[in-house]
Design a protein around this ligand. Sequence first.
Ligand code: PGA
Length: 269
Amino acid sequence: MNQTNSQFENHRWSENLLMKIYKEKDHGSAYVAQRLADVISEKQKAGKKAILGMATGSTPKGVYRELIRLHRDEGLSFKNVHTFNLDEYYRMLPENVMSYNTFMKEHLFDHIDIPAENTNIINGDLELEEIENHCAEFEKKIYDLGGIDIQLLGIGRSGHIGFNEPGSATDSRTRLVNLCEITRNDAISDFNGLENVPTQAITMGVRTILDAKEIIMIAWGNKKSEIVQKTFTGEISADVPATYLLTHPKVEVILDHESSAFCNKMLPM
Ligand code: PGA
């Protein structure tokens, strides 16, 4: 059923996928933060751990800002939370300012009461021969904790989720991958030149992501409108790994007016 509110429109895209289009991305971010907070509180009440899959990049920054506010102003505790990040650049020291380890500390972990030992981010500073073991341990840790309750995702202009670039197999697991040209080009300004952008990364696999009980994918702005259209109007294919989300039983896609431009022509408002 489609619903309209002054802040957003809900579109039931398929039985498994709800698309929410926000007028303001801040409202979309606040909604996502509240969804995560609800999972955390619910688990807390049941005396259980909440297992969250985290994303980096510009997309989830507003969600993390709101989670920090909920912690500071509304007493949301993260003591029962365990996190697993999608990916890390290779090769990258965890303490490098450009690492996703640093990103997560700056944008979330340093501002909430999550125990440091509960945060899991892939180590991007391993020797090649150490990677396979590290990835297997990362996967096992997720499994041993009972799996990811809710996974946050952005989408790259290449169609990647995590760093699963075009060609990634649906049954792929956490592994070392090559970054595609679109992804590396999009990181030029962050790294001050293409020559400084890593060529590889270690990422959760497509199957690792799809194993999450629930997934929330977010895309903001004009820059993402073309790939969002391709993802939700094309065939499910390795050419656009984000299309694999259509095979998951419980997905929400959070868009703003710009990233959802194609919907204006397709959906009854
Ligand atoms: P961005 O990246 O949030 O910086 O746009 C998203 C992604 O590549 O998944």
